[in-house]
Design a protein. Structure first.
Length: 237
């Protein structure tokens, strides 16, 4: 990378939200590198989706393709070893006594951002982009805007840099995120999100719904389905 102010590293899982954020970054920065994490997640099929999304974006958006740089896939199996959650173990998805779903992986986003900042430091990139949102989400505390702001301060102090953490979806719901995708890339981008991205916590890709693939019953699928339904209703009105 050359000019840090034009360079971004984006947390890219292969899901709906991170794909929209990738499109946003490609629209706003001259050089974009992606970072994904293999942490023994139950829905590891999302890592395969990443490669399909890259190919689809390069084919559909040649202008963006020239901005899309290196991909970094990081092994963070330590999260699997220290976590006891329904996202890292074969367990029934349910609410915990603390009011959080047991799909919450403590420290996950904090660790992701720390590693992404270390990569951005080495790659001389100033901007870090993540799909965190506290409007339509599962209640994870590490998705809160306050947590992201605190992480930006800690990373800047701890690495003596002036990183900027961007969360384009923070204050919009899932329907509005679909609308953002349409504004960024039209039907070509929304089709890529429908066909190629993976959201389902159970890793189900055999069942195709009008909103994409998934089990249809886990919290991630329910959020995606309700957001798509609202988006289509708004588009038709």
């Amino acid at each position: 990378m050359s000019n840090p102010n034009d360079c971004a590293v984006i947390l890219f899982s292969g899901g709906q939200d991170s794909t929209i954020c990738l499109a946003w970054a490609l629209e706003n920065f001259a050089a974009v590198e992606t970072i994904g994490f293999d942490y023994g997640q139950r829905h590891a099929i999302e890592l395969e989706s990443r490669q399909h999304i890259f190919r689809a974006l390069r084919e559909a958006f040649p202008d963006w393709s020239s901005n899309l740089g290196e991909d970094h896939l990081i092994d963070l199996d330590v999260l699997n070893k220290i976590s006891d959650t329904a996202l890292t173990q074969e367990a029934e998805i349910k609410m915990g006594a603390d009011g959080l779903p047991n799909t919450f992986v403590p420290g996950r986003n904090l660790l992701f951002l720390t590693v992404a900042a270390a990569v951005a430091y080495r790659r001389e990139a100033r901007h870090i982009v993540g799909g965190m949102c506290e409007t339509d989400y599962s209640g994870y505390p590490d998705c809160h805007d306050d947590a992201i702001k605190a992480m930006q301060l800690a990373l800047n102090l701890g690495m003596d840099r002036r990183f900027v953490l961007h969360t384009p979806l923070m204050w919009i719901d899932k329907a509005e995120s679909w609308a953002m995708a349409e504004r960024l890339g039209g039907a070509a981008l929304t089709d890529i999100i429908l066909e190629e991205t993976h959201t389902c916590y159970l890793g189900i890709r055999e069942t195709r719904h009008n909103w994409g693939y998934g089990c249809g019953t886990c919290p991630a699928c329910e959020l995606r389905a309700s957001g798509y339904k609202k988006y289509r209703a708004q588009a038709a009105s």
